[in-house]
Ligand binder design. Structure first.
Ligand SMILES: Cc1ncc(COP(=O)(O)O)c(C=O)c1O
Length: 430
């Protein structure tokens, strides 16, 4: 371990752990993939010990845990968890079957009936749906408050409040929440609250990843991820992760064991072997392209507004520069762009349909953080649970050549703009 710490994070991402107490694979260059639903226990005593020790935080200086059954714990997954905890500068990590399983698991292991969450108004559509459709049934209150309006947050906090929940950057608007400012407020509000009633800051760091933002260092308590996106990176695996203080670890493992939403070892292995070692490379390249695409979009007459943290026009540019910082200390504005079209010049649905019909380098699909550039309309797709209309577009930049992406966007804008001007009906895809 000591030797590994001398190297830069980008190098450590490529090489992973030198050694793991979870599983001795010292002579493998690539970590092996474990795939066993159940484990030989040798003796009744060993079986009993395994159950007794389950949920205890095993560190790399400790003994190899007694593995019992895949749903409790297994080595490939726990090696990935060690890596993710280290990247986020956290004490421990528990992975889940998907980002939503991680979010509902972290909240579920923390909250009980009668408790309350304060959540930012704009969230990923399924997180919004979790709060709208399920929390009322569970007797958990949800207040929606702008996390940057600190006076409103202060006013909303009650004895029942346990969690302040948000994404930063927000999906899809890319608005940022000032985590340090929220930490200061929470520290003040936590004075006098019992340990088990202290307010906790939960942040979904899916958009930035630890490459572009380490929220625990900024003051968050719990970091959530959809591993399906940038961390997995290739669009082949679903997964989620919770990075949390060690006192939450056992409860999360227990929750995961009983609710059952485990990350499969095969998905964990792919994220460990392909996703993490290429994370910095992919994101650096994607944000290089995103800067170019965002700057180009901003100049187009059909585009009413572009939100990209790397643009000088980004309204929270100073906050972006202080929060979105990569492992080397460089500004990391990310690979996501959000923009609004002027519907009189380029109706968004027609633009999207034109791309779906004609573009090669831009794909109409939800999800993000993929090798391929993906475009979608949040109001009718990922965020349809809000039930709001709107023509904004979310673009996740991939690894293609920047000029190809720009040319595909341009060709679609040209077509739609010409049609709109001429008043012709667009041809619909059959
Ligand atoms: C910010 C954010 N959080 C969580 C999720 C949920 O992740 P998953 O699809 O892996 O459940 C998504 C999915 O798009 C997301 O964008």
């Amino acid at each position: 371990m000591a030797r590994k710490q001398q190297y830069k994070v980008t190098t450590r991402l490529v090489h992973g752990p030198e050694h793991s107490a979870k599983w001795d694979f010292t002579h493998h260059v690539t970590p092996p993939l474990s795939s066993s639903t159940t484990y030989r226990l040798d003796s009744a005593k060993r079986g009993a010990r395994g159950f007794q020790e389950f949920g205890q935080l095993v560190t790399d200086v400790g003994e190899t845990p007694v593995y019992i059954y895949d749903r409790l714990d297994e080595p490939t997954r726990s090696i990935l968890e060690g890596e993710l905890a280290e990247l986020e500068q956290g004490e421990s990590c528990v992975t889940f079957a998907s980002g939503m399983a991680a979010i509902s698991g972290a909240l579920g292991a923390t909250l009980k009936a009668g408790d309350e969450v304060i959540a930012h108004p704009v969230l990923y559509g399924c997180t919004h749906s979790l709060f709208q459709n399920w929390y009322p049934r569970l007797g958990i209150g949800v207040k929606r408050v702008d996390m940057n309006a600190l006076a409103s947050v202060r006013a909303a906090v009650s004895d029942a409040t346990r969690v302040l929940y948000f994404e930063s950057p927000v999906n899809p608007s890319l608005e940022l929440i000032d985590v340090r400012a929220l930490r200061r407020l929470v520290d003040e509000l936590n004075v006098g609250r019992a340990d088990d009633r202290k307010l906790l800051i939960f942040i979904d760091n899916t958009f930035a990843t630890p490459f572009g933002q380490r929220p625990l260092a900024l003051g968050a308590d719990v970091v959530l991820h959809s591993l399906t996106k940038n961390l997995g990176g290739f669009g082949t695996e679903l997964g989620g992760a919770v990075i949390c203080p060690k006192e939450m670890h056992a409860r999360l493992l227990l929750y995961r064991k009983d609710f059952g939403g485990i990350l499969s070892s095969k998905a964990a292995w792919a994220i460990l072997v392909y996703g993490l070692p290429t994370l910095a490379l992919r994101l650096k390249r994607q944000q290089f392209t995103a800067r170019k695409v965002a700057a180009w979009l901003e100049k187009q007459p059909e585009v009413a507004r572009v939100a990209y943290p790397g643009l000088p026009s980004f309204p929270q540019r100073a906050l972006a520069e202080s929060q979105l910082v990569d492992f080397d200390g460089d500004f990391a504005p990310g690979n996501m762009i959000f923009f609004e079209l002027d519907p009189r010049k380029a109706p968004p649905e027609e633009f999207i349909d034109e791309l779906a019909r004609s573009a090669y380098s831009v794909t109409l699909a939800v999800s993000l953080g993929h090798t391929k550039t993906l475009i979608e309309l949040p109001s009718s797709m990922t965020h349809s649970s809000y039930g709001k209309q709107g023509g904004a577009v979310r673009l996740s930049i991939g690894l293609e050549s920047p000029s190809d992406i720009v040319n595909d966007l341009k060709a679609a804008l040209d077509k739609v703009a010409v049609r709109t001007k001429g008043g012709e009906k667009p041809r619909r895809k059959k």
